[in-house]
Design a binder for this molecule. Structure first.
Ligand SMILES: [Zn+2]
Length: 222
């Protein structure tokens, strides 16, 4: 369901958001009522999670429809769009290929940014093969327009980034892709943290890195 096609209907997209929220919540990628999930519908409007609701317990009629300017097109009377809606819309405006955006607060990846560390892009082969560099944005006040501004420099060239002292932002052609990026970021960040606790963090040898990048260009290029 998360791996939806370009012609998916709105009912199925609502169900896909529910499933994505449940997975992210159960994996501790979104705690409390943190995080937000959106998808771009066939008509160009965006379906987004409401403000103040746990993403682990969403219902189909919780989600709101907004246009790319942030105007609410349809909603339950007791629901407001996510306060991070401007950040989601910024992604859709910059990237026509993107159909799904996930903002989460993953523990280990967020910890990296709190500790002032860079994301370890060259520690595990699968990162070089798939994600590539995961930039960390400048600090921005959550729920303000600042979030939309700090992500702008990276939108065209990356599908995943970390928001300093805040969380993650991942996106792709469907929710499956956005969630895979999120899970990988958190997995790598946790291994990095655990390896640091044990001592030295070994990197992929430089010559092997070049090979991985060549494979990525051949098979995984977005
Ligand atoms: Zn947030």
């Amino acid at each position: 369901m998360l791996n939806f096609s370009a012609t998916v209907n709105q009912t199925d997209l609502r169900l896909a958001i529910i499933e994505c929220g449940r997975i992210a919540y159960e994996r501790h990628l979104m705690t409390s009522n943190d995080g937000n999930i959106s998808v771009r519908m066939e008509n160009g409007q965006v379906l987004i999670t409401p403000s103040g609701v746990s993403k682990g317990r969403l219902q189909a009629n919780d989600m709101l429809v907004v246009d790319l300017d942030g105007r609410v097109v349809s909603s339950r009377p007791d629901r407001k769009p996510s306060s991070e809606t401007p950040m989601h819309l910024e992604v859709y405006k910059a990237r026509e290929d993107v159909r799904a955006v996930v903002h989460a607060h993953p523990i280990f990846a967020t910890t990296l940014t709190v500790a002032g560390l860079e994301f370890p892009v060259d520690m595990l082969p699968e990162v070089l093969l798939t994600l590539g560099d995961v930039p960390i944005t400048e600090y921005a006040t959550p729920s303000s327009h600042e979030d939309a501004e700090v992500i702008r420099p990276f939108l065209k060239t990356h599908n995943a980034m970390l928001l300093r002292q805040h969380g993650s932002l991942t996106y792709g052609k469907n929710l499956d892709e956005a969630l895979i990026h999120l899970e990988r970021i958190e997995h790598v960040s946790e291994i990095f943290w655990r390896a640091k606790m044990l001592g030295e963090v070994k990197l992929v040898p430089p010559e092997a890195q070049a090979k991985l990048l060549a494979i990525r260009d051949a098979y995984f290029k977005r």
